[in-house]
Design a protein around this ligand. Structure first.
Ligand code: NAD
Length: 475
């Protein structure tokens, strides 16, 4: 691969960590420890935050048109690094190469371009009868991201934050820290002033709290589990930092009665629950089906699942790779065992035997699930689908909403309007209706314990700003 990840990016330079220690990065498909990154220290965080603070006054005054031009250049440099980034994503996450190329890499360019386009539509200054109201950058943003979409989660934070005049300190997940280096390098090549973007790699348990409570930080932008999000948010609230949280989910797919062709609905469902080996925050992990159609739906689920090949990550035809780590493997395995103990019935898949040949788990489908089971309530974060039967549509909606989460959902019906009517009754930040595609210009984020605030679209840009009203006109 010929790439060096042994330094961090602070104040416009690649520097050693003061810790002198490193974290190994493992390929979950081969169990090979193939790279290492610095185990960042609290001193590194101090240096990065100080750099971001120093850069802030000037960066926040740079005209939007210049920020936009730099971001376009960043995108061009990032696109040019495709083959290296895809290679790293396959190795650090265990993403199948075709999926790494399209969703983990290609889709991120669409996102960056969307932010570039939309930021130019925002009125950062509005005149009212006796005042001018400005949208001001919040300041120094601590960005803490998870491992499941290593580039995607970073893009959702640092691109809108920097475009709106903030400076950032990024701490990506220690499990997938490599591909992010190429994005930071693209910022460097694009000529962003020193201190605007800083990267500190390291363990969340050691650095996360220190970074998010740091007196030099104005906002915490966190993506990860609901458990850690709540902990960090509580700490950050100590000094009333602005907080944005993108957290977990247990998203429902509501299947309304009378669908003629089951296959498109099943494919939409599997795209969500099986791709990325089920490690997607928005994974539609609960299928809620009419009891009268249960057997017929189960038959099509089994048939269609055969298309989802599990295999080596560098094989172009592989659709499902390994889980991302031993911890993930153990967690998903224990949930499959739990499902059997809770009385659910596996119609596809099995308890994985061991992980000597990579952290592989075949797709699993549990039926006879009731919504009070733990496998229906807790985020498994693997390719495990729970099928839950209902008798009336009101009951289906109640089951869909009977969760602490509210990130995503889908409704499929013979008639799109009916699906849309039901979609409006579901307490989730994003709801897919039939085969409706994802729209990156719409706000993304969760209701209930799935988060606070929104990413993507204009809302995702304004998340990094706050109002300042200047009372300037005497009537
Ligand atoms: P995680 O909460 O364990 O870790 C997220 C980040 O927090 C990492 O950078 C990690 O190093 C850090 N961290 C971990 N423990 C910490 C602690 N005690 N103190 C401070 N920082 C800590 O989550 P994960 O396992 O990396 O990611 C999976 C989770 O992320 C799932 O719950 C998934 O639903 C969620 N997620 C949500 C979205 C969304 O947009 N809503 C997107 C992707 C992932």
């Amino acid at each position: 691969m010929g790439y060096d990840f042994t330094q961090q990016y602070i104040d416009g330079a690649w520097v050693d960590s003061t810790s002198g220690a490193f974290i190994d990065v493992e390929n979950p498909a081969t169990l090979e420890r193939f790279a290492k990154v610095p185990q960042g220290s609290k001193e590194d965080i101090d240096l990065a935050v100080a750099a971001a603070r120093r850069a802030l006054p000037q960066w926040s005054q740079v005209p939007l048109s210049e920020r936009v031009e730099m971001m376009k250049s960043m995108l061009a440099h990032f696109k040019a690094s495709e083959s290296t980034v895809v290679d790293l994503l396959v190795k650090e996450l265990g993403a199948p190469i075709a999926f790494a190329r399209t969703k983990h890499f290609g889709f991120q360019s669409v996102r960056v371009q969307s932010y570039i386009d939309l930021v130019q539509t925002i009125e950062f200054e509005q005149k009212f009868a006796h005042s001018t109201v400005y949208r001001e950058p919040i300041g120094v943003i601590a960005c803490v991201t998870p491992w499941n979409y290593p580039i995607g989660q970073v893009v959702q934070k640092i691109v809108p934050a920097v475009l709106t005049g903030n400076t950032v300190v990024l701490k990506p997940s220690q499990h997938t820290p490599l591909s992010v280096y190429l994005m930071i390098e693209a910022f460097e090549k694009a000529g962003f002033p020193k201190g605007v973007v800083n990267l500190v790699s390291g363990k969340g348990s050691e650095l996360g709290d220190y970074l998010t409570t740091h007196p030099g930080v104005d906002m915490l932008s966190f993506t990860g589990s609901t458990r850690v999000g709540k902990l960090l948010a509580q700490s950050a609230l100590g000094s009333l930092k602005r907080i944005s949280l993108e957290l977990g989910g247990k998203s429902p797919f509501v299947w309304l009665p009378g669908i003629e062709d089951y296959r498109p609905a099943v494919r939409k469902l599997f795209e969500s629950i099986f791709m990325n080996t089920g490690q997607t925050c928005t994974a539609l992990s609960r299928l809620i089906v009419p009891r009268s159609e249960l057997a017929a739906v189960e038959a099509v689920l089994k048939e269609e699942a055969a298309r989802y090949t599990v295999g080596p990550t560098f094989d172009e035809s592989t659709m499902i790779g390994p889980l991302s780590s031993r911890a993930q493997f153990e967690k998903v395995k224990s949930y499959i065992e739990l499902g059997l103990r809770e009385g659910a019935r596996l119609i596809l898949g099995e308890v994985p035997a061991n992980s000597d040949q990579g952290y592989y788990v075949k797709p699993c489908i549990f039926t006879d699930v009731t919504n009070d089971m733990r496998i229906a309530q807790e985020e498994i974060f693997g390719p495990v689908l729970c099928v839950i039967a209902y008798d009336t549509v009101d009951e289906a909606v109640a089951i869909a909403n009977d969760t602490i989460y509210g990130l995503s959902a889908a409704v499929w019906a013979p008639c799109k309007n009916e699906a849309k009517r039901i979609a409006r009754q579901i307490r989730a930040g994003n709801v897919y209706v039939n085969d409706g595609p994802r729209d990156v210009s719409a706000p993304f984020g969760g209701m209930k314990e799935s988060g606070l605030g929104r990413e993507a679209g204009v809302a995702g840009l304004l998340e990094f700003t706050e109002y300042q009203a200047i009372f300037d006109d005497v009537a």
